[in-house]
Design a protein around this ligand. Sequence first.
Ligand code: R5P
Length: 330
Amino acid sequence: MQTEQKAALREQALERTEHPLKIFSGNSNAELAQSICDYLELPLGRALVGKFANGETRIRLEENVRGCDVFVLQSMCEPVDHNLMELLLMIDALRRASAFRITAVIPYYGYAKQEKKTAGREPISAKLVANIIATAGAHRVLTMDLHSPAIEGFFDIPVDHLRAAPLLANYFRENLDLHDVVVVSPDAGGVRRADDFRSRIGTGSLAIISKQRPEPDRAEILEMVGEVEGKRAIIVDDMISTGGTLIEATEYLLKRGAREVYACATHPVFAGQAVELIRRSPLKQVVVTDTIPVPVEARDHKIVLVSVAQLFAEAIARIHTDRSVSELFT
Ligand code: R5P
């Protein structure tokens, strides 16, 4: 980041002095929280975020937040329930300590796949999680690439919804020959996302895979619409969980004549053996962001990380100073 840009961000961040900007973080993604603070040239808020001997989460804010505009960062990655609890208790502590405004910064919003009932006697978990975040005392939410855009409407408080697509598209524009590219949505629900990505890289055709899940966490490909023969395919998805969707789609594309297969996704959930599966797969490269921490040993030429820190820093500075966030994506 240019020094002038950095200085401008910091200036914006400190402009609203009547309600000083403070950033706190749970334990889920300390690296991202620190990078965001570095961009804003702010110290990370001091807080004890630990556990009691009985396993319950223990929180204590170690600095004054009275009258402050506070952003508390937590991704709902593994251990999901524990990270969610840390977030809720931090919000509660901030509210009881008289913070002026509390924004829950949730780079990865978990429980998002359960945003509707697919059978009787199931919960709508994404809605319950939205309810408890607001009940805990959050005034706003800042998040990125919700699994389903409808989740935004589950909140009755303002939600700023960032997109990783410009960053991911930028990576491919700078690092790959985009001649003869086909952008692939690995399921019908992701078509708009894939098409948006295609317009951001400024070239390529579109292919859509239809998949079904015979059981949770198992993907089966049914059919594909679009031509991939002789082309370089880029699969675009919101998250990689078990890696099943990605690997199935890659093998299918190669069978249908794709020359080589790349992929990108916002959230590297990487459940179970996902990293190993990707390593052993014929995928050329997978590009993900740091909404969820990826262990250093998993990052190499095959799994590449693009940081969302600057984008979150800019969004936080804009929210703090009542400026448009959507302008970031025009
Ligand atoms: C599907 O609905 C999502 O967009 C992803 O394709 C899916 O969550 C990936 O999960 P997995 O890696 O377990 O197949």
